[in-house]
Write a protein that binds this ligand. Structure first.
Ligand code: NDP
Ligand code: MG
Length: 384
């Protein structure tokens, strides 16, 4: 039985990972979980899966859950904060850690898990965006695998099977285009939170839903792909594919393109990462090719969806620039969701941060955490 920890168990990816575990009860055992504020769901998960260690990163929620566990005489180790997340990520018996917290808060526990020789099923793309160089070097040193959960990267990983020795010409990342596909810059001016949260194909957490609408999600994924597959930015192309059936593709130097297709369902890439290299049965609906009317493709408009352009630029500049845009984006999305800034302020503020901050430092954990803190303070002070 594979032993698993899940960081961010109460989220969209966390709960879909639990669905996979429920489906394959004899394959996996859940030993550790972390959550932030949702203690009602955490309690249900504790009762159902009996994890040994639980970490809660929000203080009041931690005390609230502690009281409930005492009252109900439920026996599990409950720990608070980053120390708790690290403990869950490094439990001695755990084989694989699913990183499904949202934001660069996942960086530290992921690095600790790697140092403790855990394989990583990586959903938390922000970790690779802010410190891909560092994370991949540590993974190589520790001899662990970083298995992508992000559907596009899982598709690329699947398309690389049997081809790791062959030269890639191009990685082609597909994007649904989000709720504002085809909009002009002028039409984006009046975008509301509700509209931005309505993704046409995927049901996801709030932060990634906003990122998908601005195409920053695709920008973060370009940087994620650069590090996961050691591929130069020049060879990573984004194609809008509104049907979300082809999850991404690899073009080899002979012109052959290998793609992975499937219904849009995150349980498939989660399950693939958890049991790689073996495929387990029947987690998703099957594609019906007779019902598929068309598969279409478009070029993204970088003048309208500026976040994608900024992410490419930041990636190419390198050093701390990806951490700067990531921190700026995390705060801008938070402020937009709180209705403190307008939709088009998101790329504007990110671009401002790219000009204001000094990116030219080595990618170390301390430098990444420090620049992230500075960017957050700068935006809070100026815009909230
Ligand atoms: P959600 O918002 O649904 O879930 C986030 C999880 O992180 C929850 O468990 C939440 O706890 C926890 N969390 C929130 N804030 C903090 C914090 N400050 N410290 C520690 N934990 C925290 O996000 P998603 O599941 O949608 O996304 C998770 C990650 O996976 C992201 O990096 C996203 O980009 C990536 N991803 C998601 C996809 C999807 O389909 N959803 C697809 C591909 C990648 P609580 O709920 O208890 O407050
Ligand atoms: Mg994705």
């Amino acid at each position: 039985m594979k032993k698993i920890s899940i960081l961010g168990v109460t989220g969209s990816i966390g709960t879909q990972t639990l669905e996979v575990l429920r489906f394959h009860k004899n394959e996996f055992q859940l030993l550790g979980i972390t959550a932030h504020k949702n203690i009602t769901l955490t309690l249900d998960i504790i009762k159902e899966f009996s994890p040994k260690v639980v970490a809660i990163t929000h203080k009041e929620s931690y005390y609230e859950l502690k009281n409930i566990l005492n009252k109900e005489e439920i026996n599990c180790e409950l720990i608070y904060g980053m120390d708790g997340m690290i403990k869950v990520a490094t439990l001695p018996d755990v084989d694989i850690v699913v990183t499904s917290v949202v934001g660069m808060i996942g960086l530290k526990p992921t690095l600790e898990a790697i140092k403790n020789k855990k394989d990583i099923a990586l959903a938390n793309k922000e970790t690779l965006v802010v410190a891909g160089e560092l994370v991949m070097a540590e993974a190589l040193k520790a001899g662990v695998s970083i298995l992508p959960v992000d559907s596009e990267h899982s598709a690329i990983y699947q398309s690389l099977q049997g081809n790791f020795h062959n030269k890639i010409d191009k990685i082609i990342l597909t994007a649904s285009g989000g709720p504002f596909r085809g909009y002009t810059l002028n039409e984006l001016k009046d975008v509301t939170v509700d509209k931005a949260l309505k993704h046409p194909k995927w049901n996801m957490g709030r932060k990634i839903s906003i990122d998908s609408s601005t195409l920053m999600n695709k920008g973060l994924e370009v940087i994620e792909a650069r590090w996961l597959f050691d591929c130069p930015y020049e060879n990573i192309e984004v194609v809008i594919h509104p049907q979300s059936i082809i999850h991404s593709m690899v073009q080899y130097t002979d012109g052959g393109v290998i793609a992975q297709l499937g219904v849009p369902d995150m349980k498939l890439p989660i399950q693939y990462a958890l049991n790689y290299p073996k495929r387990l049965g029947n987690i998703s609906e099957k594609l019906n090719f007779y019902e598929l009317k068309e598969l279409t493709f478009e070029k993204p408009d970088l003048n309208v969806f500026k976040c994608l352009d900024l992410a490419y630029k930041a990636g190419k500049i390198g050093k701390l620039m990806p951490a700067i845009i990531n921190g700026a984006n995390e705060i801008c999305v938070e402020l937009f969701l709180d209705k403190k800034i307008e939709y088009l302020h998101i790329p504007k503020i990110i671009e401002e941060c790219m000009e204001v901050f000094d990116y030219n430092k080595e990618v170390t954990l301390d430098n990444v955490l420090e620049i992230d803190k500075q960017v957050r303070e700068f935006i809070y002070n100026k815009y909230s």
